[in-house]
Design a protein around this ligand. Structure first.
Ligand code: SAH
Length: 340
């Protein structure tokens, strides 16, 4: 049975139409779920009793559960147990502009990036869209505050779970859903080219972030296996096409690995590769983990790398750090409940 929190308003309208009912009922249900936040169909008092019962027969409204929470000053990491006993995580971050949440899109991940802790657990399955929506609903309920932006950068490769992730985005973006503006939603991918093309055709104004991490294909081959399937030059071409088509600026993520991808020649090479594109580079200080040998670039190396990019005319920022004390930083999301 389908879970109601994974249903787009349009699909719910079709459901009501197929029962010879008015489609505005879908709007009413959405208001109950996402504005008034009731948890059962029987509380939807402007919907007739028989219809409430029918809804309860056709849809479940079960929730995943929070099993653990760890916090430091600006970060909270949540561990969730799914209905089939798999575990996933989400991280809440407090910025000066509001609250943002980093959600997971899969149980495990198959992309195998050499430096990423989260990817050490191979993909078990895609998350359903309701499991992504519920990460947000449960955290909002826990903190009793509204979350204003969402990054799909937790465990998993969102474009390897395209349909569910797109449904999720449409539900949270819906003015009668969680009403999170598309410009406040960021999807991060290691670079699945066919899906990037497909995404460029969606009528959505979300932000796209690309995990590039290397200025040339030889190095990218070594640290990101996905580069064997989708080569760097083809990826750059796909990003250019995406920008042309959507008119949106793309974020290039570049994790700073000491002595691996962070020297001055590589900064020049990266600047040359990206010159003239409507992008900005987000330099990410690497979060070290005990299982993986890579080290974080020293702050002098990061500064030098950054200065070169700026001098070459690129726009760049260094990512503000969150949550490294509680293993909630990028690449560290891996449940200790899951055996190594
Ligand atoms: N699969 C998607 C989203 C999840 S990873 C992607 O590849 O973009 C989110 C971001 O964290 C990616 O840019 C990833 O490369 C980066 N990352 C992974 N491990 C990291 C680590 N240990 N320190 C810092 N960033 C890391």
């Amino acid at each position: 049975m389908r879970n109601i929190y994974g249903i787009k308003r349009q699909d719910l309208e079709e459901y009501f139409l197929s029962k010879d009912l008015k489609k505005y009922k879908a709007l009413q249900v959405f208001e109950w779920l996402y504005e008034k936040k009731v948890r059962s169909f029987s509380e939807m008092t402007n919907i007739k009793k028989e219809l409430q019962e029918e809804l309860a027969k056709d849809f479940t409204n079960q929730f995943i559960t929070i099993v653990k929470k760890q916090e430091d000053k600006l970060t909270k990491k949540y561990l969730f147990k799914l209905l089939d006993d798999n575990y996933i995580e989400a991280v809440l971050m407090e910025h000066d502009y509001g609250l943002s949440i980093c959600v997971s899109s899969e149980v495990g991940c198959n992309m195998g990036c050499a430096f990423c802790e989260s990817g050490r657990l191979k993909k078990v399955r895609n998350l359903e869209s309701y499991e992504m929506v519920e990460q947000i609903l449960l955290v909002e309920n826990d903190i009793k505050k509204r979350i204003s932006s969402v990054v799909i950068m937790g465990i998993g490769e969102p474009l390897d779970n395209y349909d569910n992730v797109l449904d999720f985005i449409k539900i949270i973006n819906d003015a009668k859903g969680l009403a999170i503006g598309a410009r406040h939603i960021t999807l991060s991918t290691c670079g699945l080219i066919p899906q990037i093309k497909k995404l460029s055709e969606e009528p959505l104004q979300i932000n796209l972030a690309i995990s590039l991490h290397a200025p040339n294909t030889q190095l990218r081959d070594k640290i990101m296996p996905i580069n064997k399937a989708y080569k760097l030059d083809e990826l750059i071409k796909a990003i250019k096409e995406y920008i042309d088509k959507t008119n949106r600026r793309v974020t290039i993520e570049y994790v700073m690995l000491n002595g691996v991808n962070d020297n001055e020649t590589q900064a020049m090479e990266l600047a040359k590769l990206l010159k003239g594109m409507n992008i900005y580079v987000n330099l990410i200080p690497y979060n070290e983990t005990s299982h993986i040998d890579y080290k974080r670039s020293t702050s002098e190396r990061i500064k030098k790398f950054y200065d070169i990019l700026i001098k070459q005319g690129l726009t760049a920022t260094t990512r503000k750090e969150f949550g490294s004390n509680i293993d909630a930083a990028c690449g560290q999301l891996r449940s200790k409940e899951v055996k190594s």
